[in-house]
Ligand binder design. Structure first.
Ligand SMILES: *Cc1c(COP(=O)(O)O)cnc(C)c1O
Length: 394
């Protein structure tokens, strides 16, 4: 019997069911692969963030097992008590070297890295200028900081400058913050122009490169490298959960800012550090980025092939410039129906609706990986054509 006090939540769920917005979790049976088994059905998997196929890379798997043998399965404490193992320090040094910055600090997730950092470095007397499509973890970090939040229209550099001009007379600290690659649109931030604005108006500049890590820039060094802006972005966040294939987030910045975060970032202070096997996996992943650049080459050639195929069929793929390719549908119930019928036909592409994207902008979100074959992608395009025509989306 549910408690009476909780009944309103059941009512909310029933409302979602009535609106056809109720979503069951898809259960992955086995490994995260280009063709995987979900809910008992073998499907072409176009929904993971496993850009380079590293979730099952033999080298990463072997390193994780070695680390379990050598160090056990858990760290036993938060970093600031006695949960900082030498392998955590080795990972932070590896990331800093890879990203060509002074220092880095690893968090339990990209979400924790963003929310923990923004909340730690600003106060209620400060102002944040944030792109309207920034990730939820940035939004939550901004709210937790209690700073004033100015939301700027998506990628609109002129609007951003207007906000900064108005703020110019105020002596408060200012932070300009953007996703490097936007997670639901797949477009890239106008970073060179934003960096110039930050320099002109004396703002801190922070970028969330979750979807650019392992995807953009030399060997996947991210958007700062892609635009050759080394030394001009104060704080770069990345994730270890997407292209890197494991779990975690990191902040790349100066030694002193890292030291400050060791003292003030709440997820770092109050939540246990990674199991040593995860740190070992991530170190191996950065080696793979440097030793196997052909994986990133394949990711991009697959991206071009698939995107062109969708466009030829007449789908609207929005503003995407990266492997994240939305297929715009509009109505959320239709997007979910599209997703369900694709699944029955052998393809996993999830529907995304409110609150992840604005009302009326529902879509399917697809991501190809380096490890899909062209035959698999051609088959996926055929399925999209059949189901898309049936539902009159094309
Ligand atoms: C996924 C994502 C995150 C969170 O990363 P996790 O490591 O999964 O917590 C942060 N920012 C953006 C833009 C993301 O897409």
């Amino acid at each position: 019997m549910p408690k009476l006090q909780l009944q309103y939540l059941t009512d909310e769920l029933n409302k979602l069911r009535e609106q056809k917005l109720y979503q069951k979790l898809r259960i992955l049976e086995g490994e995260q692969l280009p063709v995987s088994r979900f809910d008992g059905r073998e499907v072409i998997n176009l929904s993971s963030n496993n850009y380079l196929g590293l979730t099952t890379h033999p080298k990463l798997r072997a390193r994780a097992i070695e680390a379990i043998e050598a160090y056990g399965v858990g760290s036993g404490a938060v970093r600031t008590i006695c949960g900082t193992m030498s392998i955590h320090m080795a990972l932070e040094e590896r990331i800093a070297k890879f990203k060509q910055v002074e220092a880095s600090v690893v968090f339990q997730s990209g979400f924790a890295a963003n929310a923990g950092t923004v909340a730690a470095i600003l106060t209620k007397d400060d102002v944040i200028v944030s792109d309207e499509l920034n990730h939820a973890s940035i939004i939550d970090g901004c709210r937790l900081s209690r700073a004033e939040i100015k939301v700027s229209p998506h990628k609109d550099v002129d609007a951003c400058e207007k906000i900064l001009k108005e703020l110019a007379p105020r002596s408060c600290r200012k932070l300009l913050i953007t996703d490097g690659v936007f997670s639901m649109e797949g477009d890239i931030a106008p970073l060179p122009a934003l960096v110039e604005l930050a320099e002109k108006y004396g703002c801190m500049m922070m970028i969330d490169d979750a979807h650019a890590s392992g995807v953009l820039g030399r060997n996947g060094r991210g958007t700062v490298d892609h635009y050759n802006l080394h030394g001009r972005v104060d704080i770069q966040v990345g994730t270890l959960s997407k292209a890197i294939g494991a779990l975690g987030g990191y902040v790349c910045t100066t030694r002193d800012v890292v030291d400050f975060l060791y003292h003030r970032a709440r997820p770092f202070l109050f939540s246990t550090s990674h199991p040593p096997s995860v740190a070992a996996t991530c170190i191996a992943a950065f080696e793979v980025l440097e030793d196997e650049p052909q994986l990133i080459g394949r990711l991009w050639s697959n991206t071009r092939f698939f995107k062109e195929g969708l466009k030829k069929l007449g789908f609207n793929t929005g503003m995407s410039e990266t492997p994240i390719t939305p297929i715009m549908v509009g109505d959320a119930a239709l997007a979910h129906q599209f997703s369900r019928e694709l699944f029955s036909a052998g393809l996993l592409a999830l529907g995304i609706g409110y609150p992840t994207v604005p009302v009326g902008k529902a879509r399917l979100r697809t991501i190809v990986t380096a490890t899909h074959t062209e035959a698999e992608l051609s088959h996926a395009l055929q399925i999209f054509e059949t189901v898309g025509k049936k539902l009159k989306i094309i």
